[in-house]
Design a protein around this ligand. Structure first.
Ligand SMILES: *Cc1c(COP(=O)(O)O)cnc(C)c1O
Length: 493
């Protein structure tokens, strides 16, 4: 039985403490009134330092990351992050730079950020970038606020954002945070934007249409040029969720497709450790006519050199303190310079090749939902098997593979006609050997699902936490059985 930190607690035990601080006893009543002050102890666990360290180290060993093995979590681009970029971002001059240090010491950082924004602009076909937003969703929000400010500056009131029914959940969330109402556009049976539905929804209340291409089905929107024309003819703007940029680098550019605004997820496409709450960065790019609305400051260059321009009267203001998540941006810069233009293109080509390889090899058991080729991720159906995509994914854990993203019933913003599917994104950083190992594990679970569906339905069996099932659901056996056959307790943490 594994113990929680609270189980380890014994009254009076403590690690090293400041028992005799030389600043005297703190008296919180100097700052807080009586009803704000706690009267009972908070009940934190009381353990020694060594117990605390061992407890969290043991928890750390149970975590799973891309450095442990395949992590084909669709849409999240869990590719390997070269350690060299961490090393470079941790160089003295980067790691210890402070935005409040004398300005005369900062131009080196400004130059790096300026050049990075130029790289992003070239790669995406946009004219200007802000590097401030702290994540993809934050970049979406920034872009939508810029769109709002642009309409307001022209005295036009538009309050609707059209969103694909396949959109990532952050799209409608960002739109409503920016004060918009969302309307869904359905996808066709081929998984593409329904042009008739789009046409019917376009009226003078629509500020913008928000799309990602390739979509979150892993499909390239072939009609994107026509979509852009119709959207612009309606006086609306086109905003791009750039989280899927990993499939397009050096091949096509959202700016050339007709998008006016976009965000990038540097922590996906540009190789930065992420997930589990790690830091991200969501630079937002715009076409020239939207430049005056970018957040302050914008790093600029004039005859004297690089400087942060704060004097921007039409700016939407600040969306993040100082220059954004600089450490993440430095990693992205290292990645771009390390790969170079051809390397970035090769990365995207391999991302698409790997996804198609996985799709082709799995298709006898897990056929692609929409058929045809995919982009950097494949949407596979479990309907041929006797189990749900959810059960399939949980059984993969027993075989040591991180489950893919689940799509279908129960996912709020995924279309209802998509019942049960998995979005598998192998990424370009897996070797052929590791792809083959991962594929073998998928195939093993597929065969298990046909031969012993109950084994798969009750998975995972090897983890400390099992699936919550009605008791006695497996032929009168206890619901949970561990690898050695002993029952596993659902209360385990
Ligand atoms: C990851 C993702 C987002 C959100 O990005 P965060 O950095 O997690 O905020 C938005 N859209 C798509 C398609 C994504 O995959």
């Amino acid at each position: 039985m594994k113990q929680t930190i609270f189980d380890l607690s014994r009254p009076g035990v403590s690690g090293a403490g400041l028992r005799d601080p030389d600043f005297g006893e703190l008296d919180p009543s100097r700052w807080f009134d009586a009803e704000s002050l706690r009267t009972e102890p908070i009940g934190l666990p009381e353990v020694s330092e060594v117990e605390l360290v061992r407890h969290y180290t043991a928890l750390g060993h149970r975590a799973y990351g891309v450095d442990d093995g395949s992590y084909p979590l669709g849409s999240c681009t869990m590719k390997y992050n070269p350690k060299r970029h961490d090393h470079l971002a941790n160089l003295e001059g980067f790691a210890h730079v402070h935005p409040r240090q004398p300005e005369s010491t900062l131009p080196g950082l400004w130059e790096l950020l300026f050049h990075l924004a130029e790289c992003f602009a070239e790669l995406t076909g946009m004219d200007h970038f802000t590097l401030q937003p702290a994540a993809g969703a934050h970049g979406e929000l920034t872009g939508l606020m810029i769109i709002r400010a642009w309409f307001e500056s022209r005295g036009v009131k538009r309050d609707v954002i059209l969103i694909q029914d396949s959109a990532h959940g952050t799209n409608p969330a960002s739109a409503s945070m920016a004060g918009y109402r969302c309307e869904m556009i359905r996808t066709t049976p081929e998984g593409l934007t329904d042009l008739d539905a789009l046409e019917a929804a376009l009226d003078d209340s629509v500020a913008a249409v928000m799309l990602t291409n390739p979509s979150t089905f892993g499909l390239f929107e072939r009609n994107i040029r026509e979509i852009a024309e119709r959207v612009h003819a309606n006086g609306s703007l086109l905003i791009y969720d750039g989280a899927n940029m990993n499939s397009l680098m050096g091949i096509v550019r959202p700016g050339d497709m007709g998008f006016d605004v976009l965000q990038l997820n540097t922590h996906k496409t540009f190789s930065t450790p992420h997930l589990s709450g790690g830091a991200g960065s969501g630079p937002c790019g715009v076409k020239a006519f939207l430049e005056p609305f970018l957040p302050v400051p914008v790093i600029r260059r004039d005859a004297r050199g690089y400087f942060p321009d704060e004097d921007r009267p039409r700016s939407i203001g600040r969306v993040k303190s100082f220059y954004g998540h600089v450490g993440i941006l430095i990693r992205a810069y290292c990645y771009i310079l390390t790969c170079g233009p051809q390397g970035l293109r090769t990365a995207s080509e391999n991302a698409v090749l790997n996804a198609n390889y996985v799709q082709a090899r799995l298709s006898p058991y897990l056929p692609p939902v929409f058929g045809g080729r995919c982009m950097h991720e494949c949407l596979l159906s479990t309907t041929k098997l006797q189990v749900s995509a959810f059960d399939f994914a949980k059984r993969l854990i027993d075989h040591g593979v991180h489950p893919p993203t689940l799509v279908g019933a129960g996912c709020v913003y995924f279309p209802g006609h998509l019942r049960d599917a998995m979005l598998v994104e192998p990424t370009e950083t897996e070797t052929l050997e590791s792809l083959d190992r991962m594929i073998e594990k998928f195939l093993r679970v597929a065969r298990e699902a046909l031969e012993d569906p109950e084994l798969v339905r009750t998975a995972p069996h090897t983890r400390d936490v099992g699936k919550i099932l009605p008791s006695g659901s497996r032929d009168g056996q206890p619901a949970y059985s561990g690898p050695t056959g002993q029952p596993m307790d659902s209360e385990r943490t």
